[in-house]
Design a protein around this ligand. Sequence first.
Ligand code: PEP
Ligand code: MN
Length: 286
Amino acid sequence: MNETSPRLEVSRAGRPQWGDVTTTRPVHVGPVTFGEGLPVVIAGPCAVESLEQTLEIAQEVRDAGAEMLRGGAFKPRTSPYSFQGLGERGLEILAEVRERTGLPVVTEVMDTRRVELVASYADMLQVGSRNMQNFPLLIEVGKAHKPVLLKRGWSATLEEWLYAAEYIAAQGNLDIVLCERGIRAFPLNDYSRNILDLNILPALREETFLPVIVDPSHATGRADRVPAAARAALAVGADGLIIEVIGERTVRADVSCDGEQGIVPAVLRELMAHLRAQTPPISAAG
Ligand code: PEP
Ligand code: MN
């Protein structure tokens, strides 16, 4: 933030209790807490495709030790002809799966007209990369009184990202978790979908007390790259991860959305064992 900026709600500046870069203001989603204790792992399908698919994956990720379920009911797709998500039926499925597994649910909202609907089902509202600067959406999401997962726009600067968070905070909602999900630098689809910008974590820590998590799935776009990116994120002090998972016996080509990047439950279990064996990182500033 430059010196002429007004004091921001999301900024450490002028907030003595959050002035120290080692402090994070915890965000609670039901029994789950971001920014305190161990990193939180959110896992689940890219998109909710059916009750059976979502329930199977949810049970697997819960058994692996993940604490929250992800899954899109409204999907932001590049092509209007691609699967757009199950809509409200997808939300109903998420609610049923939460009931049966106990996992709180985060799901994306893309449209100001749907904020109330999505908030009536979700435990946490996700604002996706493509909508990080959809200011009317940020305002409506800010009014919804639900924790928010705010993904970084794939070309957003740190300042633009924090101002996006400020739109939510200005509505009186500071329960925001930031999510780095990879940025675009040059065409690199030969080895990675995006570039995972871990450098921004310590830089964010200096500016804000909001918890920051990392999405190694969209950052890499390839299942075989996800574990290394996840471990790297934790090593720089991420407060959690959000990871896409597919069914153990699922054929990638049959997945409606992002089939290439979902890891199978066995890989998640291995990753979780690794993560839990680490002591919590001291702080990104260290
Ligand atoms: C998602 O997490 O489902 C998603 C679409 O990610 P992003 O907005 O980061 O592309
Ligand atoms: Mn996806």
